[in-house]
Structures are given as C-alpha cells and as structure tokens.
Design a protein around this ligand. Structure first.
Ligand SMILES: Cc1cc2nc3c(=O)[nH]c(=O)nc-3n(C[C@H](O)[C@H](O)[C@H](O)COP(=O)(O)OP(=O)(O)OC[C@H]3O[C@@H](n4cnc5c(N)ncnc54)[C@H](O)[C@@H]3O)c2cc1C
Length: 370
C-alpha cells in the first residue's frame, strides 16, 4: 500500500466531518492544533502540514493489515476469526477484592499489578472513570492507581492523547490497555515511530479489551445525567444477551436502562469496525458469557504469554480451559462483527473494492463479503 501523505486538513474532512472518529486520541496531544474536548476531537487552529502523523495514526485512515500483522506477528494478516493467537482460556484474579472491583474476573487489573510488582513495567496507561462519570486517561504508577482504573466505562476515551503527551526520551517501560480501535492506532504508531514522542519500543505490553461498540461521551453522558442520579453511580455493566439492558450500580443496588435506548449513543464509527477482540494486542481480555466472574483471555504474542505465565506462576491469576462451546461462540461473534462491518462499509462506499480504511487482501475481503 502506498503511504498517504495527508495531514490535519484531510483528517478533518475524511474522518471527523464524516463521523468516523473513534475518539482514540491518536491524532491529538502531539501538536498545538488537535485536542479532545467534551467527547470530541477539536481543532484549535489551522495546520498546513501536508504530511501529518495525526492522519497517519488514525485508525480510520488507510490501514495495511498485512504490514501491521507482520510488525506484531511476523506474518501477514490471516483468516482466523479473532486474529492471530497462540492460546485461549478462561481466567480470573485470585484476589477476591480485585474481582470485586474489576469488571468480570479482574484479569486485566491483576496482569498490570503483577507487571508492576515484578518490575516488568514502571507505568500503565489506563482509563478510569472520572468524578463526572466520563472516562479519563490515567498513567498509573502503582497498584492502587491500577485498582482505581478497574471496571469498564463504556464511553470512548482519548487514551492515546495521553500517550502522545508522555515525555520524549523517558525510559519508563509502559503497559497500554485499550479497546480495538486504540490498539489498531497504536499498531500504526509502531509501524512508523512517532517523531519527538515517547518511543513505542518502551511499551512492554499491549493489553486489548474485547469490544462490540463504545458509546459517545458527548451524547451518552447527557442521556445518563437526564435518566438517573449519575453522581452516585459506582459501576456500569452490559450483561450478556438476552438481558438487553445497561446496568448502573450504586450503593443501594442497581438501575437498569433498556439497551435499545443506550444503543442510540453508540459511536457511528463502530459500525465500520471489524475487530471485536483487539487483534493487534499482546493479550486480549473479554467477558465470558454464561460464566460470571471470569474472563476470556487470548494470548497472541510471546510478550503476552510471558506476562500471563508470570501472573499464573506467582499465584495471582487462576486459569482454566475454555469450554469448546464458548470458544466456538467467541469465534462466531468475532466473525459476525467482521462481516457486518465490511457490509456496512460497502453500503457506504457503494463499491466492493473501496473498503474505506481497511487494507485487506482481495481474497479475504471477498470471503468476508460472500
Ligand atoms: C467500550 C467497551 C466495550 C466493551 N465491549 C465488550 C464486549 O462487547 N464484549 C466483551 O466480552 N467485553 C467487552 N468489553 C471488555 C470488558 O468490559 C472488560 O474490560 C474486560 O472483560 C476485562 O475485564 P476485567 O475484569 O479483566 O477488567 P478490569 O480488571 O476491571 O480492567 C478493566 C480495564 O479496562 C480499562 N478501561 C475501562 N474503561 C475503558 C474505556 N472506556 N476504554 C478503554 N479502556 C477502558 C481500564 O483501564 C482497566 O484497566 C468492553 C470494554 C469497553 C471499555
């Protein structure tokens, strides 16, 4: 794929004005022009750079999937429903207080605290829920800060803006946690090292979260504020089908909202996302439908395998084989997301050869569109 030499102007016209922005923050924080504000990427002044890393790193500008795959896995992008992987199993934290605070099994929190404790990383770039209940990036340097970020906030967060603001030349080793679009953007950064920024080589682990869609902080926050006493909310959850509801927990119990009302606030760009399992992470973690208090874990790289094995060997996480029907269900869900997104893309472009940002081989795109 020929490298696009485009900048902020094209990012605005091709992505932001076309409602394709994921709010990952990859474009923001490294120049004086772009920043996130109230759940949107905004331009503070005009930029005339013809070749901007803002455009290059955006997960909705052309992505050469083979190049990205070669960078992470040493091989071209394959046909596996949930990307390249070594192993899949179920896991949960051995610490009941982490399980309590964590979204499901607290695996992510436990992997991060093990990495900190064992000196594998110095910091972790995470997302926590702020006082106003919107998600905020957090650079966690100790276990209590990692715990502060435990739990899922289903609104999109510009966590990579915080990455872009990390000091250049800093020798800290970092872990990054993010949803698939954030991990994809970070993969693009790895392909072409950011100029004058924290080196991607200092990122020891990339932990991806499964994601079907994320909510727009701009609209969903107002909707929540108008629907309930948001200040008392302590936890959000989307229980698996057929529940069809969005739960907001507080000290007295929980309030449930119909999922169809919540879905109205899904980021429009999520309709065009093919990735359910954060395919370019070292290790991906999601829920485990039908088995409460556990996570599904996908090991993808040697780094991911080392981290999980360390946590297991130190008695921090418990691992069990994933039942065959759960694995089959996960693969099916991941494939459905790919096919649906590609179909939506073709509906939008009107051309089976124009896949918007997705640089797939024609053999694979034809297979997914069949
Ligand atoms: C927007 C969104 C959609 C999701 N959709 C699905 C889904 O469809 N199916 C599924 O199986 N799982 C989904 N997940 C993942 C799931 O909610 C859990 O995060 C995952 O199973 C890990 O569980 P845990 O118990 O190990 O998490 P914990 O140990 O509690 O760790 C959770 C981590 O999530 C990070 N985080 C919280 N909010 C955000 C955010 N807005 N953006 C990025 N990172 C965040 C925090 O940094 C924290 O470290 C989604 C998560 C998000 C954020």
């Amino acid at each position: 794929m020929i490298k696009e030499t485009k900048g902020c102007k094209e990012l605005i016209s091709e992505v932001i004005e076309k409602n394709l922005c994921c709010l990952c923050g990859a474009c923001a924080g490294s120049c004086p022009y772009l920043t996130s504000y109230k759940g949107r990427i905004v331009q503070m002044d005009s930029c005339t750079l013809a070749d901007g890393q803002c455009y290059q790193y955006c997960p909705r500008t052309p992505v050469d999937m083979d190049a990205l795959s070669r960078q992470v896995f040493d091989g071209p992008y394959g046909e596996e429903e949930m990307g390249t992987f070594q192993e899949v199993f179920m896991s949960r934290s051995q610490d009941s207080s982490v399980r309590e605070k964590g979204q499901y099994g607290g695996t992510v929190t436990t992997l991060l605290s093990t990495a900190l404790e064992e000196g594998l990383i110095d910091r972790a770039l995470l997302t926590r829920t702020g006082k106003d209940k919107t998600p905020k990036p957090l650079v966690a340097g100790n276990i209590s800060e990692v715990l502060e970020a435990a739990g899922s906030n289903y609104m999109a967060c510009s966590v990579l803006e915080a990455y872009n603001r990390l000091p250049e030349g800093n020798s800290d080793r970092l872990a990054l946690v993010g949803v698939p679009c954030q991990i994809l953007a970070f993969g693009k950064m790895r392909l072409e090292q950011p100029r004058h920024r924290f080196s991607t080589d200092r990122v020891a682990f990339v932990i991806g979260l499964f994601c079907t869609w994320a909510l727009s902080p701009a609209g969903f926050h107002d909707f929540l504020k108008n629907s309930l006493n948001l200040s008392s909310a302590t936890r959000f959850d989307i229980p698996p089908p057929p529940a069809n509801r969005f739960d907001i927990y507080n000290a007295l119990g929980k309030v449930s909202l119909p999922l169809e009302q919540v879905r109205e606030h899904v980021m429009p760009t999520c309709a065009y996302c093919l990735d359910m399992t954060a395919e370019f992470a070292d290790v991906s973690v999601g829920s485990l439908e039908g088995i409460e208090g556990w996570n599904t874990v996908i090991i993808r790289t040697e780094a991911g395998a080392r981290l999980v094995e360390m946590a297991r060997a130190k008695g921090k996480i418990e691992i069990q084989e994933l039942p065959g029907d759960k694995l089959a269900h996960l693969k099916e869900a991941a494939l459905i997301k790919k096919k649906r997104a590609l179909k939506q893309i073709v509906n939008r472009t009107g051309d089976k050869k124009d896949l918007l940002y997705v640089g797939l081989s024609s053999k694979l795109s034809e297979k997914l569109l069949a």
